[in-house]
Design a protein around this ligand. Structure first.
Ligand code: UD1
Ligand code: CA
Length: 464
């Protein structure tokens, strides 16, 4: 069999999205729509030609290596878009697979079935169709005596044709040699004045070419994204598929209805996810973890056996094996929590590197710090990292003990094993194993309160 070339059509403006960005860059479960088509194309063949619109640098960037990119300068329709790929396809003998860039639920198995059916029948074109309850908006597949004759677009269809519930999915396999001459004969004679790829089917049929069709088993696969309502509807389906995949791979998801996991996320077996959790942007979660209710984990890597109590929010950070975090803990970017650390209630970390087994249990701000192993950061500790103009770093040595309600004014270093007394405001380096106390001496006035009460009582008596 000759090698397959896949042409992905991604030059459409996506008017119905009413968006400043191209439709194919809108995300579905954390991936831009175009990446679903590219993934599919890579799964079924090696040669890929991507047709993009003008000013589509961001789309080109998503495509990455190994994809030939052509520009459709004027958006004159799907047929015109395919013609732009001609230079990359002509002279190659293999079949040409055409795919839209707005049908992210298609599976590789379905496409492979289409391609192999096309190869065995030697058809001029093989369509992928779907039988749906609500065909409104899609092109209808018109058959005669069971054989596909042509496709009519919804807006050009008669009332009778609109009743047909077999639709065009916009995925086709063509005989490369016959496609180009047929495309040249397509005219923009329709409601939109566009060159429709769908018309090529009628042209090929009339020229005596054989038109084959296979129908998707699951009509969900054929759904396309044209507007944001459809984007949300497809995202709901894809979300459920992602959850199913994780559950089948050994992840417990207590409430799939309220759990949102992006397509780019990996999760180890025996991890348990509580309700109302969001995990996105290529986060990696290890095995045997517990993700408490309401946690939001973004672009973050959790080791094995990490336990997040409810309502932790984490971004672009790393948490090593066995750490316990939360509830209500906030990891801002570039934080790294070491193995078996305990980071508790209402602790905010930013660019904080925390060594193994260090504890910070209650309330605090750990910004721009490097803390060693086995240290203890008391309740209410604030690392004062900002002087109004610049940020500064604090270093805390292994085994240091920082008492509660302490402010540590960066830049400075607290040596290994040092003690910082509660309530201190530390502005200078503390040597290893030292104790630092920075408090005003208490002033104790014996009997003061009793004298005050007595004076008040006397005053009251005089007034009455
Ligand atoms: C298209 C089909 C319709 C089918 C439906 C399936 C045509 C004329 N109609 O309609 O039969 O039922 O898909 O979802 O083909 N594009 C370009 N350049 C253009 C126009 C479009 O590259 O000038 C690309 C779009 O980016 C998109 C694809 O072609 O990926 C389909 O275009 P779209 O406008 O979404 O077509 P539909 O109206 O959905
Ligand atoms: Ca579409």
């Amino acid at each position: 069999m000759h090698a397959l070339t896949t042409v992905i059509l991604a030059a459409g403006e996506g008017k119905r999205m009413r968006s400043r960005q191209p439709k194919v860059l809108h995300e579905l479960c954390g991936r831009p729509l175009i990446s679903y088509s590219l993934r599919l194309a890579r799964a079924v063949g090696e040669r890929i030609v991507l047709v993009v619109g003008p000013d589509a640098d961001a789309v080109r960037a998503v495509a990455g290596d190994g994809v030939a990119i052509v520009e459709q300068r004027e958006r004159l329709g799907t047929g015109h878009a395919v013609l732009q790929a001609r230079g990359h396809c002509e002279g190659l003998d293999g079949p040409i697979l055409v795919m839209p860039s707005d049908a992210p639920l298609l599976s590789a198995e379905t496409i492979e079935r289409l391609v192999s059916h096309h190869a065995t029948t030697g058809a001029a074109a093989t369509l992928l169709t779907a039988v749906v309850d609500r065909p409104h908006g899609y092109g209808r597949v018109l058959r005669q005596g069971g054989r596909v004759k042509r496709i009519v677009e919804d807006r050009d269809a008669t009332d009778d044709e609109k009743r047909v519930n077999e639709i065009n999915t916009s995925v086709y396999c063509f005989d490369g040699r016959r496609l180009w001459p047929a495309l040249e004969r397509v005219r923009p004679e329709n409601d939109q004045g566009e060159y429709y790829l769908t018309d090529v089917i009628g042209v090929l049929g009339k020229a005596g070419g054989r038109i084959e069709a296979i129908t998707v088993d699951d009509p969900e696969e054929a759904l396309g994204v044209n507007d944001r309502k459809q984007l949300a509807a497809l995202a709901a389906i894809q979300r459920r598929r992602i959850l199913d995949r994780h559950m089948l791979a050994g992840v417990t998801i207590l409430d799939p209805a309220t759990t949102y996991i992006d397509d780019t996320v990996t999760i180890g077996a025996d991890t348990v996810i509580h309700p109302h959790v969001i995990v996105d942007v290529a986060s990696e979660i290890g095995s045997d973890c517990v993700i408490g209710a309401g946690c939001q984990i973004r672009a973050t890597k959790l080791g094995d056996r990490v336990r997040l109590l409810p309502y932790c929010v984490m971004t672009e950070s790393v948490v090593d094996h066995g750490a316990v975090m939360g509830p209500f803990c906030h990891l801002r970017p570039k934080s790294h929590v070491g193995e078996n650390c305990e980071i508790g209630n209402f602790i905010e970390l930013k660019k904080a590197k925390v060594g193994r087994k260090t504890k910070a249990h209650h309330v605090g701000y750990l910004g721009d710090v490097v803390i060693g192993e086995g240290a203890n950061i008391g309740a209410g500790t604030i690392f004062v990292n900002y002087d109004g103009a610049a940020k500064h770093t604090t270093v805390v040595g292994d085994g240091a003990f920082v008492g509660s309600n302490t402010s540590i004014v960066a830049p400075l270093t607290i040596g290994e094993g040092a003690y910082v007394a509660a309530g201190s405001v530390i502005t200078k380096d503390v040597p290893a194993d030292a104790l630092v106390v920075e408090r005003a001496q208490p002033v104790v006035k014996e009997g003061w309160a009793a004298r005050r009460r007595a004076a008040r009582a006397a005053q009251k008596k005089q007034d009455s």
